[in-house]
Design a protein around this ligand. Structure first.
Ligand code: N01
Length: 488
């Protein structure tokens, strides 16, 4: 097989989540043959895995959509998870992607075998050779359970938020939630009315901005259907708000915006938490925006319900009846929910990726994941990432980020399929220069200056995000700079 000539040119897309589906659409439009390998029995990625009560997207619905599939039917300004999952599956079905997805086929190994070719192995066996591999494996898919002693000794039921056990009836139960991130703050309000009691185990308080989640009226949806331009205008407005102004405030380019955000969070706390002591316990000591900002108008009312309890004494260990805190108190529980987040550095893993000269990417990225402009790595020709290291993370639309990267990667893959090159990979020099620039710029972002720790930090204490404006991200990834690539 040769990479020149379209007929035999084949791309492997790893993952049929939000970014994998969009990658397939771009390649299909470019007339390229591809197969999407998906480990699970359904498409939808994070929206398939996360089904916990109260889950909705914290990015406005009309911003959280593909550019090629605006959706007039969103029910709310921030739509619920099942609707979002249905949107992704619907797009995959409508655009004919679903037939090209190999479900229950987890890629276990991708190996560069020379001549521009990769051999792909899945849980189904050898899948043969591909001219390019695009890892669209998502960012938050590997759940993290906390390192707390005695977890296995608990007599009740426990599970991670992303593996919600729907067989467990919560009515009348004493529930403990560990964590105070986006997930925990959505779960608590959704279950508080049903359970006997809910205890929220908080290690670090969060800044929360209150945004109402209004329904779109039938009239509004009709208007969106009849005049798609109205949706486009709303998209532009939201994009400006989130991806321009908000993003700029995080990377040190909009200090007034950052101050405004901090004021809004403090005001929310003051307006909605009346007990002074509780308010103090819920007040973070770091700058708003340092951790991913939480969007909720429900959490503060919920934590003040008579059957809700904020536990901010550190957890000592888990014992058969429940959670013991450092003050010696035993919090007896029937259910423990671990809303303790994800390993954002798992990327394509546990798959093994072996590049040129038998070097494995797992080994190269063991301590720190370093890529070229978030989309490729030297030594791994024709391998590309969507949502790779240093992609913009934070409160942005992952779909827009992904589409920027997909557009860029499609350009490179086109060069391969048209026979201009057999192999492309970024140079070591360009990758090092990019990472050195990131290291300088990241120091000025609120993720570093804001005085908090978050999942943005890697094992070496480095924040792995895009440290510049969103505008720069789009400009940098508009077109490949071929002088920064080695092409054969
Ligand atoms: O996880 P997190 P998440 N003992 O890592 C605590 C996306 N998301 O699942 O802050 C006690 O933010 C930890 O405490 P601390 C979104 O990108 C999107 O909530 O480290 N506590 C923290 O409070 C989000 O940012 C939506 O001190 C422990 C919590 O667990 C990302 O997913 C909805 C602990 C983990 O918070 C992750 O959010 C939900 C321990 N040993 C999520 N270990 C949308 O709406 C950890 N914690 C799109």
């Amino acid at each position: 097989m040769t990479s020149a000539g379209n007929a035999s040119f084949k791309v492997a897309i790893v993952g049929a989540g939000a970014s994998g589906i969009a990658t397939a659409v771009y390649l299909q439009r470019a007339g390229m043959a591809f197969t999407v390998f998906e480990r699970a029995a359904d498409v939808g990625g994070t929206w398939r895995d996360n089904t916990y009560p109260g889950l909705s997207c914290d990015i406005p619905s009309h911003l959280y959509r593909y550019s090629f599939a605006p959706n007039p039917e969103w029910s709310r300004e921030y739509s619920p998870a099942a609707e979002i999952h249905a949107y992704f599956r619907g797009v995959a079905e409508k655009l004919g992607i679903i037939d090209k997805v190999r479900l229950s086929s987890e890629v276990t190994r991708a190996e560069f075998v020379g001549e521009g070719l990769w051999r792909i192995t899945t849980t189904q066996g050898d899948e043969g050779l591909f001219n390019a591999v695009i890892a669209a494996t998502g960012v938050l898919h590997k759940p993290v359970l906390p390192d707390i002693g005695g977890r296995d000794s608990f007599c009740g039921v426990s599970f991670h938020s992303s593996r919600w056990n729907h067989d467990v009836v919560l009515a009348g139960k004493r529930v403990g939630i560990i964590g105070t991130g986006s997930t925990a703050t959505q779960i608590l309000p959704a279950i508080v009315d049903e359970v006997e009691s809910v205890s929220l185990f908080q290690r670090t308080p969060q800044w929360i901005i209150s945004v109402p989640n209004n329904e779109f009226s039938e009239e509004k949806k009709r208007a969106f259907r009849k005049e798609p331009q109205k949706m486009a205008e709303l998209y532009d407005h939201l994009n400006n708000l989130f991806n321009r102004r908000f993003a700029a405030s995080l990377v040190g380019e909009n200090d007034e915006g950052l101050a405004e955000m901090a004021r809004a969070c403090r005001q929310n706390l003051e307006d909605n938490v009346h007990d002074v002591k509780l308010r103090r316990r819920l007040t973070p000591s770091y700058q708003a925006g340092c951790k991913r900002l939480i969007v909720s108008d429900k959490f503060y009312p919920a934590i003040q319900r008579p059957n809700a309890r904020l536990v901010d004494t550190r957890i000592m260990r888990i014992e058969p009846p429940g959670i013991r805190t450092n003050d010696g108190l035993m919090h007896e529980l029937d259910v423990i929910v671990y809303a303790t987040g994800f390993d954002p550095f798992a990327f394509f893993r546990p798959a093994v990726i072996v590049g040129r000269n038998g070097v494995s990417l797992n080994e190269r990225w063991k301590e720190s994941c370093q890529a070229y402009r978030s989309v490729a790595a030297p030594g791994f020709p024709n391998l590309f990432f969507i949502g790779g290291p240093n992609s913009p993370i934070g409160n942005f639309s992952f779909l827009r980020t992904a589409e920027v990267q997909i557009g860029y990667v499609t350009e490179l893959v086109k060069l391969l399929s048209e026979g201009a090159h057999r192999e492309v990979e970024p140079t070591e020099e360009a990758t090092e220069a990019f990472n050195a620039e990131v290291e300088q710029a990241i120091k000025h972002t609120v993720w570093v200056t804001g005085g908090c720790k978050s999942w943005y930090f890697d094992k070496q204490g480095k924040v792995v995000s895009w440290p510049w404006s969103y505008g720069r991200f789009e400009a940098d990834l508009k077109q490949p700079r071929m002088e920064e690539f080695k092409a054969a």
